[in-house]
Design a protein around this ligand. Sequence first.
Ligand code: NAD
Ligand code: TYD
Length: 339
Amino acid sequence: MTVFVTGGAGFIGSNFIFYMLDKYPDSRIVCLDKLTYAGNLTTLAPVMKNPNFRFVKVDICRRDAVFQLFREEQPDVVVNFAAESHVDRSIESPEVFLQTNVLGTQVLMDACREYGIRRYHQVSTDEVYGDLPLDRPDLFFTEQTPIHTSSPYSASKAAADLLVQAYHRTYGLPATISRCSNNYGPYHFPEKLIPLMIVNALNDKPLPVYGQGLNVRDWLYVEDHCKAIDLILEKGREGEVYNIGGHNEMRNIDIVRLICRKLGKPESLITYVTDRKGHDMRYAIDPAKIHRELGWLPETKFADGIDKTIAWYLENRRWWQTILSGEYQDYYRRMYGNR
Ligand code: NAD
Ligand code: TYD
């Protein structure tokens, strides 16, 4: 079996590649990645010499190059992780989000139609459902919750989801979609909440909390997300959407305080900064469908997952220090300089 993994040099895609090569040593994995600021080849160093792995630097929007790869490799399965993924960047410049997240998805699905495929899987997000109010803890996102997006990022992911459903219905593309809550774990780019707070705390730098830090996210260890996608590929029904989440809701401020405690850093590093525009209040997934139909349950408790994650950042300083020394500095000044 040949599996195309797009965006595999990023956070979740790389964890998925490691998981798949470990679980299915005889399968062939081809990673297609443009290596944007978020893609990192050193992340894939442990598998680069594996004869069942191939890395190809390619933009999924480049139709000719993508079609050429499909001709060469004849993939059985495509899992599309490739995306611009950061809400704050989407507020700054939405255009590339529409290009990659929507038009790139279209190119991949067109190639699947042209060359035939057993399964196309779209890795989507709970952010397509918009947000829930803080005073209604009884409400959760189900697969029936209407799409109601807040940021250019979530709008682009929702547009892609609708296109996947349209390709399934119109052309019979054998597609599935998963909508996962916030992931955390190794190789998470330090522009997102958890890794940013870890690396800033380690550098004794201010910890910028948006607004009052009361927004709630539903955190899932990245490996549990990978396992869920694997199950959907194996047993998921074509044309279906599966929500993925582990009922682990936490307020941002509580996460940041926890990181301070774990690293022995003072809470005086916490700095409240101007809120994100259109900031979603609460995300909370109801994972009943994937549990009932596919038997998926999260395996890593947050208490263990956050310890493993912090340990990883302590043991892999070079990985994030290299990121911090590059383009990241301009980004950080733009995003947090006058906030
Ligand atoms: P990431 O930003 O860490 O990685 C994205 C990867 O895609 C990078 O390697 C980048 O180089 C690559 N890429 C970007 N544009 C490309 C293009 N045009 N062609 C080829 N490659 C391109 O993102 P992530 O956090 O690993 O997220 C992966 C997917 O999971 C995304 O689709 C995201 O929407 C979704 N998702 C993420 C989360 C989360 O918490 N991080 C939660 C739910 C869903
Ligand atoms: P993020 O990791 O960007 O994920 P998303 O917005 O896609 O859920 O942010 C998680 C939460 O943390 C979100 O409510 C915004 C907040 N946040 C901060 O308070 N400070 C920061 O520096 C960042 C990056 C995020």
